[in-house]
Write a protein that binds this ligand. Sequence first.
Ligand SMILES: NC(=O)c1ccc[n+]([C@@H]2O[C@H](COP(=O)([O-])OP(=O)(O)OC[C@H]3O[C@@H](n4cnc5c(N)ncnc54)[C@H](O)[C@@H]3O)[C@@H](O)[C@H]2O)c1
Length: 284
Amino acid sequence: MTGAGRGLGKDIARMLAGRGYRVMVTDIDADSAAAAAAEIGGGATWAAVDVRDHSQVEAARDALLAQGGRLEVWVNNAGVLLTGPAWEQTEDQRRLLMEVNALGTINGTIAAIDAMRDHGPGSSAGSEGGPGGASSGGHIITIASLAGISAVPGEAVYAASKHAVMGFSTSTAIDLRLAGVDDIAISCICPDGIWTPMIHDKLTDPQAALSFSGSLLQPGDVVRAVGRVLDSPRLVTAVPSWRGALARLGATFPRLAVAGLPLMAAQGRRTQRRILATQESARR
Ligand SMILES: NC(=O)c1ccc[n+]([C@@H]2O[C@H](COP(=O)([O-])OP(=O)(O)OC[C@H]3O[C@@H](n4cnc5c(N)ncnc54)[C@H](O)[C@@H]3O)[C@@H](O)[C@H]2O)c1
């Protein structure tokens, strides 16, 4: 699990542990990774991993294999969200978004494929009984976003990074088939806005309105979707599916998106104000 020190990642890690997986919780924030692993229990381990750095990602994967298991599931979850028109962001901010969300997913997916192929049946490492002994393929689950399907005004570079995630993941899934690798599945989850720390501080940010424009999800909604693809891998799953259909409609008919997205942003701002008001009245 990447980026699992808090938010959605921690909840997915807990679900995986509950299903009997021995989970490695990784995060750029070592303290939160350690605390999450302790909280989850079930033999969960942790490592500080910055997904932007391929060597750190590989080192964590190798540490996991050295523990004697095999890599059955890899979850690319680490992500960052910075809002605002691209031209108002600094180069460092744009780079951070692209590197964590897009490059991080590429790094994780490649590290996972290497392990899942190297230790598969018939491979030299597998026949030598490499770390964890023989195994057969695996499953890579990537937390993308509806922002990977449609335009998201106010979150343009985030949307660019998530479109990169989708382009990379769907293409790689097909490359695996073309290479005759049928035992490694890739599943992308594309959620609507989720009430996690990523957007807890964005109630007063009009640029984040699109994140609040649908049925704001709870982490559990997405964890359940991950549970479903665990049972039955699926290349692309939008959560909820009706918002996925709307996002695909906008992507197919861009003029419709240009007309409709400002209305959705207005709806999102109303939701932001409503949640703020609820929080304030609860404080009083
Ligand atoms: N919250 C939403 O509205 C929403 C909607 C759709 C998709 N998503 C996606 O869900 C995933 C989880 O996000 P979340 O909502 O739980 O956010 P979050 O901010 O609560 O958690 C993200 C985690 O990623 C970690 N992280 C950040 N940079 C990292 C790096 N370089 N290397 C490793 N870890 C790093 C953070 O420390 C944090 O623990 C992300 O990919 C996000 O883009 C979130």
